[in-house]
Design a protein around this ligand. Sequence first.
Ligand code: ADP
Ligand code: MG
Length: 379
Amino acid sequence: MSQNKIFPPAMLGILGGGQLGSMFTVAAKTMGYRVTVLDPDPNAPAARFADCHLCAPFDDVNALAKLAQCAAVTTEFENVNAQAMRDLAQHTRVSPSGDCVAIAQNRIAEKSWIRKAGLQTAPYQVIEKLDDINESSLAYLSGILKTATLGYDGKGQIRVHTLTELREAFQTHGGVPCVLEKMVDLRAEISVVVCRLNGEQIATFDPAENIHENGILAYSLVPARLSENLQNQARKMAVRLAHELNYVGVLAVEMFVVGETQDLIVNEIAPRPHNSGHHTIDACLFSQFEQQVRLMCGLVPADTRLLQPCCMANILGDVWGDEGSEPNWGAVLDNPLAHLHLYGKMQARVGRKMGHLTVLADDATTAYEFAKNIRAKLE
Ligand code: ADP
Ligand code: MG
């Protein structure tokens, strides 16, 4: 494929039209590109803005043939058929590559690959069949049994303390391939969003400090409340992974800060913009979605600087009333330093990401306090 730059009004394609695809589409349309979205959901959030919504399954041959006519194609999630992406790459420019997506969609491949790149992960054991559970598994208890594929927002994870619990959990997961990960002494969770065009053109956003509730990201604070030294180390690790993958596009790297010694280990990677990077829309010079557009078009990464300390808070379906009554939006909109983003999803369900808000302040802790306050008043 030629690596010429792609300019507006070229047609860009994206696999997936959820909130990430939607924010990508807005960024691309703002810049004057046209967008084709493939998503089987007739109410996909991105369909609100896209020029063309291919409402079909992700493996639909005709829909993929239409995507192949786009000037470049990207993805909003890792659980697409990596082979379909490799096939698309025969016809058009695809980023990130199907190979990168394949690594990110399987925890077994992902973890072994992270270690091969010379970085640490939590201690883990691969469990593909019941027989794999034996005395050697004891070294990883207490631990979390995670399915190798299709896990997100803490789904597909069971905490286990004994071999008996581990065997039960493996069966509860349906006997599918898993990783048993030792529970680490988590002091903080951070993520780094990397924007890479090639070996020379690479940039990182400031690390975000992530606070989870019930396994789902609740808040991201930027700047992270960690030493400059640790933050630089995190950026370097993320850059190393991106180079090792020969990655093109936006890559998110989730990391844990572990123990008193504050060691940094890699938790997982996402081959796309990340929930912890949503603040870049309102608090950075360029958003992670504008970066995604630029990189898939062969343009250099734009400036990643943070303009204002901030806190992003997710808005989950939990705050909708039983009869679907709307949350108290005044709690956000009456505040002159809070941005509201709603994804236009039709059905509010517990734990479903319906939108987010970003609060700007003089420092991240103050922004976090404001965000918690607003979130408490939504219900
Ligand atoms: P998901 O794909 O659902 O995001 P993660 O592997 O990131 O799965 O796990 C979700 C959350 O569970 C993490 O953000 C972290 O809070 C917690 N967690 C995961 N693995 C460990 C571990 N080894 N030790 C302690 N906490 C963990
Ligand atoms: Mg995660």
